[in-house]
Design a binder for this molecule. Structure first.
Ligand SMILES: [Fe+2]
Length: 250
């Protein structure tokens, strides 16, 4: 009898140990999956809320820091990505910690805080984190040229020609007063060019961004000083990533 009791206790202890082990590792895996989603290049596909352990991280550049030379120097990328973009991520982590926004996808923070004066700080940093991740993907070494066919057809339907679309993008980028962004967006069924000031994003207005050009001075001043028009034209001719825009149409 005494032997039987010992065996039963042993089985119960073993079962409890295994259960704890499984629960701990399942939770760890879940948190890792959610963290991966949150930092998927700043483009959030999930609306999972994560209660703890989650930090926004600087997404990796999709190319080397010198890959966009000579249009954009490694020096500019070093400051723009390594200081400015990183700064927005760091600020966002401080602002989101302990609030209802902690761990939310950037897109959700942007749409939920847009236009709210008391939420301006978290909106600005979440939007700038998203905008920059999207900007890096909007550029590519050996970019420019002709868009993929599906996008080209859509561009021609909305602007007449690819050149006309580029001219509209250049006009938006060069006439944006002060800091901001020029965008190619899908608005309903039509492509449009829009510009936004400071951190503002077409996401906040229900439009779907396809590509963007950063026209904050930190994006070009080290290479072009006040010649924003030269930076914009060089980006459109040599770096713009039409394939990325085409992928965003889907
Ligand atoms: Fe920037």
């Amino acid at each position: 009898m005494k032997y039987l009791n010992t065996v039963i206790i042993g089985i119960v202890v073993f079962a409890i140990t295994i259960s704890i082990f499984v629960l701990v590792f399942a939770e760890k895996g879940d948190v890792e999956n959610k963290k991966n989603n949150l930092n998927n290049g700043g483009i959030m596909k999930t609306d999972d809320k994560i209660e703890s352990e989650t930090e926004y991280v600087l997404p990796p550049l999709p190319y080397a820091q010198n890959a966009l030379e000579p249009v954009i120097s490694a020096n500019t990328i070093n400051f723009h990505y390594g200081k400015h973009h990183k700064g927005y991520i760091d600020n966002l982590n401080k602002l989101a910690a302990g609030t209802e926004f902690a761990g939310l996808p950037l897109e959700k923070i942007i749409t939920e805080t847009a236009g709210k004066v008391d939420k301006a700080a978290i909106f600005n940093n979440a939007a700038q984190a998203w905008n920059h991740a999207f900007y890096w993907k909007s550029l590519t070494p050996n970019g420019g040229g002709e868009p993929p066919v599906a996008l080209k057809i859509k561009i021609e339907a909305s602007f007449g020609t690819v050149d006309a679309c580029k001219k509209e993008l250049a006009a938006a980028a060069t006439t944006q007063f002060g800091s901001g962004w020029a965008w190619l967006v899908l608005d309903g069924d039509k492509l449009k060019v829009v510009k936004t000031g400071n951190a503002d994003s077409p996401l906040a207005k229900g439009m779907k961004p396809l590509l963007t050009i950063d026209v904050w001075e930190h994006a070009y001043y080290l290479d072009y000083q006040n010649r924003r028009v030269d930076y914009v034209n060089a980006v459109l001719d040599k770096l713009i990533n039409w394939s990325f825009a085409a992928d965003n149409l889907r």
